[in-house]
Ligand binder design. Structure first.
Ligand SMILES: C[S@@+](CC[C@H](N)C(=O)[O-])C[C@H]1O[C@@H](n2cnc3c(N)ncnc32)[C@H](O)[C@@H]1O
Length: 383
């Protein structure tokens, strides 16, 4: 797994962004202001979705972000042609726009909790402001800058649209995004670690990654880890780490979660082979944080023999749905009779909720120990 140093830097900037200006400044000093400026520009470019501005393909635009920090300016210029946005080559002509910003304020706006995303001072200098003809040829510089600065504000996100734009099949082939919105929206602004099994694109290293990019955009403060049996290194980017491994291998899964630490959300969109799905669930669920969510997609394979499923033995725990149905009883393990005779399993003690939709399940992790009713309440049915 690569990107260890990067993820530590990102994690510390994300956590500091919820603190005081002094805490942010000291983290910026430790990581290095120039590096922080590059991280923030990368993030603003990701959120801007500049590919939606058609004129850029014909006429690329260069924008410089001039961040001030402790009396110095750290400038990062990018040139965008819509599909590609890259650091502007050194020594090029003056940028079409130069935006003056404060490094501490921008770190808070980009990585801080929702209330923090306001009040970032900015001053924009348009290169061709006084040259009507030049300005007319590059009027799209205005929406480009607007898009780039939109990442400083709270952004409502329609997950179905985002899924389509990111190249995931979570809406269109499947209709999962409304359910994801319902369960994920309350977590959106937390600093999270998210793990998805199955990156997409199979043996083409450069294909897939749609859902990882979708989660990165939807969760502005999250680190996203993707696992695939195939090498997906070309899809790694800031806040996205790709790991090669097999979800059927418990030793690999254990070492992965030891490396990345407790996980807030796990999504299984990998092989969909029942033995792999149940292995991953049994191995990874204990590593979810309390309050975390475990999602399993494509439950249709639970009924397909080629995937280890069955349409006859519907309660067989070797199938995904059979196991999940068995786990549901554990929600009420404290009610089993006679009282005190059942030794609760890890799932009994920590599965606190389950939501089922067409081919999709969400499991909630927590402490399932509310206790039963007092013993003096009769267990006999009143005559
Ligand atoms: C349906 S695609 C994932 C799509 C992606 N999550 C999205 O929504 O854009 C399934 C991926 O799982 C990977 N895969 C298959 N078997 C696997 C296994 N045993 N462990 C990990 N990944 C696996 C495949 O290579 C493929 O890229």
């Amino acid at each position: 797994m690569e990107a260890g140093r990067d993820t530590e830097e990102l994690r510390s900037l994300i956590l500091a962004a919820g603190g005081s200006a002094e805490q942010i400044a000291s983290t910026v000093t430790r990581v290095g202001p120039d590096r922080v400026a590059a991280i923030l520009v990368d993030e603003l470019v990701h959120r801007a979705e500049l590919g939606t501005i058609p004129q850029l393909a014909e006429r690329p635009i260069t924008v410089s972000f001039d961040f001030s920090f402790e009396g110095k300016v750290f400038a990062h210029a990018v040139t965008s042609s819509g599909t590609r946005t890259e650091p502007a080559p050194a020594g090029e002509e003056a940028p079409h726009a130069r935006v003056e910003l404060d490094l501490v304020q921008v770190n808070r706006a980009v990585f801080g909790p929702p209330g923090a995303r306001h009040g970032t001072d900015r001053r924009i200098h348009w290169r061709d402001f006084e040259d009507q003809q030049a300005l007319a040829g590059n009027m799209h510089v205005v929406p480009v800058v607007q898009h780039l600065l939109s990442g400083l504000e709270d952004q409502p996100i329609d997950l179905a649209g985002l899924s389509l734009r990111s190249g995931s099949d979570k809406w269109g082939l499947h209709y999962y995004t409304p359910h994801y919105e319902r369960h994920f929206r309350p977590l959106r602004d937390r600093p999270l670690t998210i793990l998805e099994l199955g990156i997409g694109g199979y043996d083409d290293p450069a294909a897939g990654g749609g859902s990882l990019r979708m989660w990165k955009r939807f969760f502005p403060r999250a680190l996203i880890y993707g696992v695939d049996v195939f090498d997906k290194a070309p899809l790694a980017e800031q806040r996205i780490v790709t790991v090669r491994g097999d979800q059927s291998d418990p030793a690999f899964l254990e070492s992965l979660v030891t490396d990345i630490g407790p996980v807030d959300i796990i999504i299984d969109d990998g092989s969909h082979y029942c033995p792999d799905v149940t292995t991953a669930l049994r191995t990874l669920f204990p590593h979810l944080v309390s309050g975390g969510l475990y999602v399993i997609e494509d439950l249709q394979t639970s009924y397909w023999p080629a995937y280890g499923g069955s349409s006859e033995r519907l309660n067989e725990p070797t199938t995904t749905m059979g196991l999940l149905k068995q786990l549901l009883d554990g929600l009420n393990h404290e009610e089993y009779e006679p009282a005190g005779h059942h030794e609760p399993t890890e799932f009994d003690r920590t599965l606190t909720g389950a939501h089922f939709y067409h081919n999709l399940a969400f499991l909630e992790k927590g402490r399932n120990a509310e206790g039963s009713l007092p013993g003096w309440i009769g267990r006999e049915r009143p005559a």
